[in-house]
Design a protein around this ligand. Structure first.
Ligand code: 5RP
Length: 231
């Protein structure tokens, strides 16, 4: 591992471990998706082995597999429509604690779980805290409607691209059986307005813009030296 990768891993693990330490006995926890959350799962698993009782609602098949591997008991939103705390990563966090999520293509279930939670803990490395969003906004779209939906997304001012796998051998398919379209905007002046406009397009299942959660978010920002919290 080179120095940069080592520093990034240290930042992610610092944030993930801190989030796991905020979990209290008996809680039902939303388990997000992504490399930072997987550090949290590692630490949570150690706490479960020491006697902590928790149950997790996974936000993806990948996370469910990881949680099973780490012996964290799982449940569903059917059994727990309201949960204590969701812990998840993000791709960018703006000064109003709006988020862009979905590099891992899991943002639809992630948003359902975040919405069901009393507290939303977001774990990131410091490079993801930005003054203005610059990352593409992922949008999950029904394959049936992808062409007209992309035309409407273009009308919102972006360049939409269907996400393909690393081997470029076809579209990425989400856990819900849909496509991801990554939308690059020259700039995003009104993230909440954009989230709403995207949600109104027929065929759009969900976007990776998470606005309006600021009252329940704690962002844990990790770096090589430790963490800081933003609320
Ligand atoms: C998945 C997500 C992830 O939480 C986000 O992409 C951050 O991932 P990582 O911690 O690996 O950087 O939104 O849909």
């Amino acid at each position: 591992m080179d120095e940069k990768a080592r520093a990034l891993a240290a930042a992610k693990s610092a944030a993930g471990f801190q989030a796991a330490d905020m979990v209290e006995d008996g809680m039902v926890i939303g388990l997000g998706t992504g490399s930072t959350v997987y550090y949290m799962i590692e630490r949570l698993s150690a706490r479960v082995r020491e006697g902590l009782h928790v149950t997790g609602v996974p936000t993806s098949f990948q996370t469910a597999m990881r949680a099973r591997e780490y012996a964290i008991p799982l449940t569903t939103l059917d059994d727990h429509p309201i949960i204590d705390m969701a812990i998840d990563g993000a791709d960018e966090v703006d000064p109003h604690l709006n988020l862009i999520k979905g590099r891992g293509a899991a943002m639809t279930r992630e948003k359902c779980v975040a919405a069901a939670a009393f507290q939303f803990i977001v774990v990131v490395d410091e490079a993801k805290v930005v003054s203005r969003f610059a990352a593409p906004v992922p949008v999950e779209i029904l394959p049936f409607a992808v062409t007209p939906a992309m035309a409407q997304l273009r009308g919102l001012g972006c360049r939409p691209v269907i996400r393909e796998g690393v081997k470029k051998d076809g579209p990425v398919i989400t856990d819900n059986g849909n496509f991801i379209v990554d939308c690059t905007f020259p700039s995003i002046a009104d993230p909440a307005g954009l989230e709403k406009a995207m949600a109104e397009i027929p065929g759009v299942v969900e976007s990776g813009l998470f606005c309006g959660y600021a009252n329940k978010i704690t962002v844990i920002v990790g770096n090589e030296k430790g963490i800081k919290k933003i609320t």
